[in-house]
Design a protein around this ligand. Structure first.
Ligand code: PLP
Length: 415
């Protein structure tokens, strides 16, 4: 994890990396694209795009149920991808990796299935103030259905969890803690090792929303002892519509199936169904085969660059951009945690984020504006939204200079 102490000199060959991403050479409004919306979705290297074309050109076939060559090849590729994810997260077993549609789907799976099995009236579910709606709503639904209570860990002005409050909120009624690894709006890197350890003292399982973490840092679920770790493929330079739920074998074995149907069974009669073992118990229907294969290619790609390099390089971008943006009069950065990923949200006094975003788009600079699916967090800061620039390892300081000058231009035009 990136801390100031562990910063190394990044070994990033930026020109070669940029050449791997075809979209980075496209023009928008006649200008070279500057893509700073990586928090929403990351761009795809050609290797990933090619893997999808290759799948449909040479292999397309349904998995797990065929004796013919194409089906066997697809099945092997799909299960190899599971092994790639297992290795990437350092999960103990491949069957602890469940392929889903994405982070939202993974959280819905856990909330519904875990909720069915373990949550009853009066129980508490603990989340934090900085959660994405996808890590609020599924728990809110369980609470409504079961008569449980949603509790929220507060944050300080910098956007950091107040750990003393977290400790106070953990109690014998708490059935699960669900918390983001990195905030998509504030960029805060949460101390999830500590969050998990404190919950485990009281035997409470923890789900980590890793949607914003996996593009920036390596994750070791065994080291963390995370009970559940979820992420989306598309933010990790892979295809959309595919995601991962890692769950400890013990929980996944005990939890009931989420969706049921083809693929999830051992035997079916009209009287009774015997469900398949992990992981198929949680993968109903034909999965996103090409997406899963593409995700594995994306994981291999980022690992080739190396997360030590990615962290160090992105930290340089973060510091560079923070210093440049802070100099702009009237601009306020929202989220100033000590431990931050390369995500900067900001507001400019008297201006609406949407207007700023629109002018930046005319300059071919893609940023995100709005509440970033964190409305409760916006309410806390008493703002309608922010402009968010989120960087990936293919971004450059020159692009940040363009953002800075683009912002100055937008402010002049709008004031
Ligand atoms: C922290 C966080 N959690 C969950 C999600 C939802 O991800 P997806 O839309 O891929 O399911 C996002 C997406 O922005 C996110 O940033």
């Amino acid at each position: 994890m990136t801390t100031l102490k562990t910063i190394l000199t990044p070994n990033i060959d930026i020109e070669t990396i940029r050449a791997d991403f075809p979209i980075l050479s496209r023009k928008v409004n006649g200008k070279s694209l500057v893509y700073f919306d990586n928090g929403a979705t990351a761009q795809k290297p050609k290797l990933v795009i090619d893997s999808i074309t290759n799948y449909y050109t040479n292999q397309n076939s349904n998995i797990h149920r065929g004796v013919h060559t194409l089906s066997q090849e697809s099945s092997v590729a799909y299960e190899n991808a599971r092994a790639t994810v297992q290795k990437h997260l350092n999960a103990k077993h491949a069957h602890e990796i469940i392929f889903t549609k994405g982070t939202t789907d993974s959280i819905n799976l856990v909330a519904t299935s875990f909720g069915k099995k373990y949550i009853t009236k009066g129980d508490e579910i603990l989340i934090s103030s900085m959660e994405h709606h996808s890590n609020i709503l599924p728990w809110q639904q369980v609470c409504e259905e079961k008569g449980a209570v949603l509790k929220v860990i507060p944050i300080n002005d910098a956007g950091e969890l107040i750990i003393s409050e977290y400790k106070r909120l953990l109690n014998e009624r708490t059935k699960i803690v669900a918390i983001t690894h990195i905030s998509n709006t504030l960029g805060t890197i949460n101390p999830i090792e500590e969050v998990i350890a404190l919950a485990h003292v009281k035997n409470i399982p923890v789900l980590i929303d890793g949607a914003q973490a996996v593009p920036h840092t390596a994750v070791d679920v065994q080291l963390l002892s995370a009970d559940f770790y979820v992420f989306s493929g598309h933010k990790l330079f892979g295809p959309t519509g595919v995601g991962v739920l890692y769950g400890k074998e013990k929980w996944l074995n005990e939890m009931p199936p989420y969706q049921v149907g083809g693929g999830t069974i051992k035997t079916v009669t009209f009287k009774k169904t015997e469900y398949a073992d992990l992981p198929l118990k949680f993968e109903a229907g034909t999965p996103h085969i090409d997406g899963v294969i593409g995700l594995a290619v994306a994981i291999d790609y980022v690992n080739k660059i190396g997360f030590k390099n990615i962290e160090a390089y992105e930290h340089e971008l973060l510091i560079y951009a923070t210093e440049a943006l802070q100099k702009i009069e009237g601009l306020k950065i929202i989220g100033t945690a000590k431990n931050k990923a390369s995500v900067i949200s900001f507001v400019v006094e008297g201006l609406h984020p949407f207007d700023i975003g629109t002018i930046l788009d005319q300059l071919a600079i893609a940023v995100r504006t709005g509440h970033h699916c964190t409305q409760p967090l916006m309410n806390l800061y008493n703002i309608p939204g922010t402009v968010r620039a989120s960087f990936a390892f293919y971004n450059t300081k020159e692009e940040i200079d363009m953002l800075t000058s683009g912002l100055q231009r937008a402010i002049k035009m709008l004031k």
